[in-house]
Design a protein around this ligand. Structure first.
Ligand code: AMP
Length: 666
């Protein structure tokens, strides 16, 4: 047997994480809690199998890189800018107060000031993953309150990145303020960021674009991995800044490219896998015995994170011109700590600012706050009712609520079109002419380029990937049109869209008759089967050319449509319609003739043409511009392109045909 500890460690870590995650989900907790507990289970402080911390931590570094790249990818100056009045001062004040509270508590426990500072900073920043999950689960993400919380967190992200940059310098100078070292660190970080923003913003999106045009998915994914890891490593090796900052900047640069959603989607599995390993590795460092013995500290830190941070935010409501509810939502959303705290804590640990027991405490606080967070949202209505009951309190807190709702400027009441191929193109052309706002999601980079040239908003990526479809703002769209031929993807898209917006009208393309049924069941309101439509159109024209009456042909096609698209109807209707069609045709000869420009009928009225007197046949119908006129009036004037229906004996009709087609006067 070969000795394969790496493989064993990865396998085991993933298996226990999987089991932990499933159990957490089953009892209604975030999966992160399961991963952390799984880490504790295979950690050195608990009996049973002990994973190799070093190996798992190296893999966990990849998790940090991908997580931070993801944070960068979703980082949006625009989000921050929209809510800058509240998010920037709010995040700064909350971080400062939360750090102070954490620091104060640590001093009661006799920690060194530096350890206290790391603890304070670690509990002051909330987890992006937990916040977004919580807002989404409670349908708050796209409200003005949710947007404020997201902007607030973006600001906290920036602060955390700054702290990560500065922490090694502080550690090296043993807490004393060494201006020179600090300046050098900041200069190096600034040089890295400047180079990335000047050269990187040109080079990286250009490179990705080129690779996207090769249409090799594999090369595209490799390019993303190379960019992410390459930037993070060079940040740390060449500029001495953290891997985390490097990855964050790479993500922020790629986020400017229109390919960013596909990048996020392709990186999704890597990010999930390695961040799971990161959470497991975090759990492995927790010493449950120490926590048990210091329950008082664990509980007080947990209370500080859950309630202390929330109270700071609520009190800020007295000073900012926003509705009270915004502060309640932000308070609940940010009353937790997660990955950033782990990253900061690990930084503190590796720089010997913290010992492993102190680190365990941070993790315990994170575990408690993440576990409690979903229940905090449930408490929101109750909390609001209680606060309203306190005389004068709510009035003051809500005093500024008349200045509210941020503008959801860009995409509102838009039509989301998936696929810009043979089918989607018609949709885009019509909506463009009608100036209806739309967003096209397309997986082909060339097609995206041509749409962009027409200034049509696009998302590049596979729409069946939830990372991509989530960015289409389906919650405020007017219609979703799924034009792609692949039925499995279409089903995934329709299901996801129904989840995101239960009332959205969905028009979908099916590739088979089974597909029509399945898509309708998943929530599509109208399902179109292009082959069926094409077939019916061909039947329509063939039957008309054979002289069958238009109305009957039409009725037959409608019966087939009803039968194929509406599952309450049986094929009997189709048979009946076909039967009627045959009956209508029996015994009567109807000839449908089209008037060419040289036809002698053109320009004459029915009375002037006097057809019955000349040939014996009668005009019974006229088809003009797809409108059928039965028994046209005698003053009706014939036009070029009219289809005229005649009845009569065979010979009579032959006479009419000859007269009309050779242009000789009647
Ligand atoms: P057509 O079959 O000609 O209507 O073309 C379908 C179009 O949809 C093509 O341009 C494809 O690139 C695009 N497409 C197919 N599957 C997806 C998908 N899952 N997400 C986004 N675009 C897609």
């Amino acid at each position: 047997m070969h000795d394969v500890p790496l493989l064993i460690n990865i396998t085991l870590a993933l298996i226990v994480a999987f089991v932990g995650g499933v159990i957490a989900r089953r009892i209604g907790l975030p999966t992160i809690v399961g991963y952390l507990l799984a880490g504790i289970a295979i950690g050195p402080f608990t009996p049973g199998f002990v994973g190799d911390i070093e190996t798992i931590q190296q893999l966990a570094e990849l998790g940090v890189i991908f997580l931070m790249f993801g944070v960068g990818l979703h980082f949006s100056f625009q989000d921050l800018w929209n809510v800058r009045d509240i998010a920037i001062p709010g995040a700064l004040i909350q971080t400062a107060f939360a750090t102070l509270l954490g620091f104060g508590l640590s001093q009661l426990w006799g920690w060194t000031p530096l350890a206290g500072l790391v603890l304070g900073l670690a509990i002051s920043v909330a987890s992006t993953v937990v916040l977004l999950r919580g807002l989404m689960d409670n349908s708050l993400l796209n409200t003005s309150h949710g947007q404020a919380a997201v902007g607030w967190l973006v600001m906290e992200d920036i602060l955390s990145v700054l702290i990560l940059v500065l922490m090694p310098t502080f550690a090296a100078s043993a807490g004393t303020f060494n201006g020179r070292d600090l300046a050098i660190t900041l200069l190096k970080a600034a040089a890295f960021v400047a180079i990335m923003f000047f050269a990187g913003t040109r080079l990286l999106p250009w490179l990705l674009e080129k690779i996207a045009h090769t249409r090799s998915r594999e090369l595209f994914i490799l390019a993303i991995l190379a960019i992410t890891l390459g930037t993070a490593m060079s940040a740390s090796e060449l500029f001495g800044v953290s891997l985390a900052l490097g990855a964050f900047v790479a993500g922020a640069i790629i986020s400017q490219s229109h390919l960013s959603h596909q990048v996020g989607a392709d990186l999704f599995s890597f990010r999930e896998t390695f961040s799971v390993l990161f959470f497991v590795s975090v759990g492995m460092l927790v010493n449950p015995v120490f926590l048990w013995q210091n329950m008082g500290q664990v509980v007080s830190l947990g209370l500080l994170v859950v309630f202390g941070k929330a109270i700071i935010v609520i009190l800020m409501g007295f000073f900012f011109p926003r509705p009270a509810r915004t502060f309640l939502v932000v308070a609940v959303g940010l009353s937790q700590v997660g990955e950033f705290s782990f990253i900061l804590g690990q930084g503190g640990l590796s720089l010997n600012l913290l010992d492993s027991n102190q680190y365990s405490l941070i993790l315990a606080a994170a575990l408690i706050s993440i576990t409690v967070n979903p229940f905090m949202y449930k408490l929101l209505p109750w909390l609001e009712t209680q606060l309203r009951r306190i005389p004068g309190f709510w009035k003051k807190l809500d005093a500024n609520s008349h200045i509210l709702e941020i503008k959801k400027d860009k995409l509102v009441d838009h039509v989301v079109i998936i696929g810009y191929g043979r089918v989607g193109k018609h949709m885009v052309d019509v909506l463009e002419k009608l100036s209806v706002p739309m967003l096209v999601i397309e997986a082909d980079a060339d097609r995206i380029t041509s749409l962009n040239q027409r200034k049509i908003p696009t998302l590049y990526g596979d729409a069946s990937n939830s990372e991509v479809i989530n960015h289409a703002h389906l919650d405020r769209a007017s219609v979703l049109v799924v034009t792609i031929p692949d039925e499995t993807s279409a089903e995934l898209i329709v299901t996801a869209a129904r989840d995101l917006n239960p009332d959205l009208p969905i028009v979908a393309r099916a590739a088979s008759e089974d597909g029509v049924k399945l898509l309708s069941e998943q929530g599509a309101n109208h399902t179109i089967h292009p082959e069926l439509e094409g077939g019916l159109e061909m039947v329509h024209h063939t039957l008309l050319s054979l002289g069958y009456p238009l109305q009957e042909v039409h009725r037959y096609a409608e019966a087939v449509r009803k039968d194929r698209y509406d599952f309450n109807i049986t094929t009997d209707e189709e048979h009946r319609s076909l039967h009627e069609l045959l009956v209508a045709f029996q015994g009567i000869e109807i000839a449908w003739l089209t008037l060419a420009d040289n036809s002698s009928l053109v320009g004459k009225s029915l009375a002037e043409a006097n057809i019955r007197a000349q040939t014996g046949a009668s005009v019974v119908a006229l088809l003009r511009n797809e409108q059928l006129v039965a028994n046209p009036k005698s003053m009706t004037v014939f036009e070029i392109g009219d289809r005229v229906g005649f009845i009569g004996e065979k010979e009579q009709l032959e006479t009419v045909t000859a007269l009309i087609s050779d242009g000789s006067p009647l």
